[in-house]
Design a protein around this ligand. Structure first.
Ligand code: GLP
Length: 274
């Protein structure tokens, strides 16, 4: 896998990456580009830049189909912290995605199990996800796959761990009791099935998860480490998220920074899992 360390913040690079991927694919009505998308504060800049690109007609979403990773269970769709609301604010309302191209789990479905199956089928029906973009939880979760989730898991209902409830309480008036306890999430297996992965981490709170991914073998204790099992995975991180790197990769990063101190980012190759 690749580690890309950016000096300029993850927004610019990730938005440019997504734009390049869509445009290189040259999507059409018959051959749409299927994009997996996250929520979270890390990717707010990414979405801001994608909105600008769309408004300036530098990127079209006409032939893009999007699948969101997850949604809280039991939170009304129009609650400001639902992922439906987040996506409406940050992407859907501006970029003219055809409504029939938008997929996100329904956390209020009467039959949640059927909803999970429906979601997997919808992904399969469009031929799978081409590029899955993701964020990282402080405890290393990806989407809402908490530590311990099997790497072959599919879309499922999950119980959020206390560490996640605590981390996300900031969006619910710092009141942990207001954070929904459950969510629907794509599985780690669903993520690994995508043809390409771009995960994004910024800030020191993500440094432990990043260090586990880059310097250790895959382990269920840190779901992000599943990325090492994918043939086309990239982790995009800022310098703060890299502060706990050690060993060979730290040496490589230090050498790259010394050799090209004015670079906007440094691209490092990380050995895949054995
Ligand atoms: C939530 C989402 C994850 C996201 C994580 C990180 O838990 N379910 O998909 O990666 O938050 O969020 P932030 O970017 O706000 O740190």
């Amino acid at each position: 896998m690749r580690l890309i360390v950016t000096k300029l913040g993850v927004g610019l690079y990730s938005a440019a990456y997504i734009r390049r991927a869509i445009q290189a694919f040259a999507p059409t009505a018959q051959k749409p580009f299927v994009l997996g998308l996250p929520t979270g504060s890390t990717v707010l800049d990414t979405y801001a830049i994608l909105r600008t690109l769309a408004q300036e007609r530098l990127l079209s979403f006409q032939h893009v189909i999007t699948f969101n990773m997850d949604e809280y269970i039991g939170l009304p769709e129009d609650h400001p912290q639902s992922y439906h609301s987040y996506m409406r604010r940050n992407l859907w309302s501006t970029v003219h995605l055809p409504p029939e191209h938008i997929f996100i789990p329904n956390g209020n479905a009467p039959d949640l199990q059927a909803e999970c199956e429906r979601y997997e089928q919808a992904i399969a029906r469009v031929g799978g996800i081409r590029l899955f973009v993701g964020g990282v939880g402080r405890n290393g979760h990806i989407a809402f796959n908490e530590p311990g989730t099997p790497f072959n898991s599919r879309t499922h209902v999950t119980q959020l761990l206390p560490s996640t409830l605590e981390a996300n309480a900031r969006f619910f008036q710092n009141d942990i009791s207001r954070v929904p306890r459950q969510a629907i999430t794509v599985g780690i297996g669903t993520i690994l099935d995508a043809r390409e992965l771009l995960f994004v981490a910024s800030g020191v709170k993500k440094a432990a998860a990043v260090a586990h991914l880059i310097t250790q073998e895959p382990t269920l204790d840190w779901p992000l480490t599943a990325l090492k099992l994918h043939p086309h995975a990239t982790l995009l991180a800022d310098l703060d998220a890299c502060v706990l790197l050690s060993g060979d990769i730290k040496t490589q990063l230090d050498a790259a920074r010394e050799q090209d101190p004015h670079a906007e980012e440094w691209v490092l190759t990380v050995e895949d899992a054995q």
